[in-house]
Design a protein around this ligand. Sequence first.
Ligand code: HEM
Length: 498
Amino acid sequence: MIAWIFIVLLVFYLVRKFFQQRAYENTILKHGCSPPPQYQHKDPILGIDLFLSTVRSISAGNSFIHSQSLFGKYGKTFETNSFGKRVLLTMDSENIHAILVTLQRKFLVEELRIRATENFLGRGVFNTDGPSWEHSRALLRPIFARAQISNLGHLEARVDALIGLIPRDGSTVDLLPLLKRLFLDTSTEFIFGESVNTLVPGTSSFDAQNFLGAFDTALKGIGIRIVLGRLAFLQGIDTHWKKACQVVHSFIDRNIDVAIQRRNRNSQDSTKRSFVLLDELVKETQDRLYLRSQLLNIFLPARDSTAIGIANVFFLIARHPLVWDKLRAEVLNNDAPVNFETLKSMKYVRHVVNESLRLIAPSGRNLRLATEDCILPHGGGADGSQPIFVQKGTEVMFVFRSMHYDEDLWGEDADDFRPERWERSDSIPQHGYVPFSAGGRVCPAQQMVLTECAYILVRLVREFEKIENRDPEESFIEQHKLQMESRNGVKVAFTVAT
Ligand code: HEM
């Protein structure tokens, strides 16, 4: 009996699918589009085969190689089936530009993010679209514009401390955890007005480990909610998770109270403390829940990103010692204090950071939902040059790391770490480089991050004569957390300048 029910349901499903597919193909033709190549699933109903091979590649740390082999086989844009849903994968620069810039109002994120994150993050710049998102962006724009110039001051002492933790006897150091601690300290200070002070143990005025542990537990809960999809509400019964959210919320609420009191007292000490994002937000509103939501929506994408970004620069330079020598020549040629203006004048430093973000950005892919029917410029026809029709409800995964390695855009040496390519602006493809995304949702911290990366690089290049790779593994093995980092860390040794 059960077998018969199953067979009837299966037949019903296949017939429905057949007619849906016919209607879809007719719509494609009506719009003058060609269909994109289809991934050849072993399991055409749910597409579990591709899901499993993707999970395997993520746990082996080679999901980029996996994507490259798929794009090599199917072309720069192709369609897959993910648990019955149509999902497009693309590395095509014109398609990515359309998704992020020209058609950005049709490719949104809220539906993909809000269910899993709202309980913890509230609603803010990261997980909403429309007026709510526009309001957040308008609020943040002037703050980040000021932060890129004002924030170097508070990095100085922390980078002194970092340099103090690097062995000077040529023994091996893993820069990744040190940089993570440094940027956790600076980002909590910049965003909340109170640093967790993890770089130098014993300097924190509160239980930083408790806060960070709670934050990680809260994030794991979000991961579970993503997997649960429509059943995400079930995760709400996990009291351990609820408690973790409360710990994070009360840390932030305490800082909000302090910021509001300072603002209302209009005391002089507010000018003494370094530039704090929360202080700036408090000038606009004193709605505590709104403030907490905005802060968490900024801390989530900020967490570890800059640390991983700059750690990757060292990962690559340690394997390219001539780049270090060239950097040192430029940096030692300028003995002025390291400030915003000095950094701007150091072209090779900037080229090294750009090139590193091209090859290994902290995040290499992203997802959008088509909320209306629309047309992407490429991906159809035998050579992929025809436009494709994207039906409302399709998820589009754009893999910009693959685009950053596209030989059609970057030339035959696209795989090579060659900062010199940035010397000629005509060798940089117009829409081919988006480590900070593009369009309306471009990372608001981009300029601040680039300045901070350049600052750390210059300070270390001034301090040390040589860098040496101490990682027996030459290639980059991925570790996927919130962002993507090097599984083996960044193990190097420095030689002190004499
Ligand atoms: C190397 C460091 C960083 C990189 C490569 C980076 C990259 C990105 C990318 C690719 C996005 C777009 C995500 C999307 O479209 O869904 C993004 C968004 C965002 N980033 Fe960054 N980021 C970095 C550091 C930071 C820092 C330090 C902050 C804050 C202090 C920050 C705040 C944000 C925010 C708030 C968004 C959401 C913007 C929106 O959706 O409108 N990021 N970032």
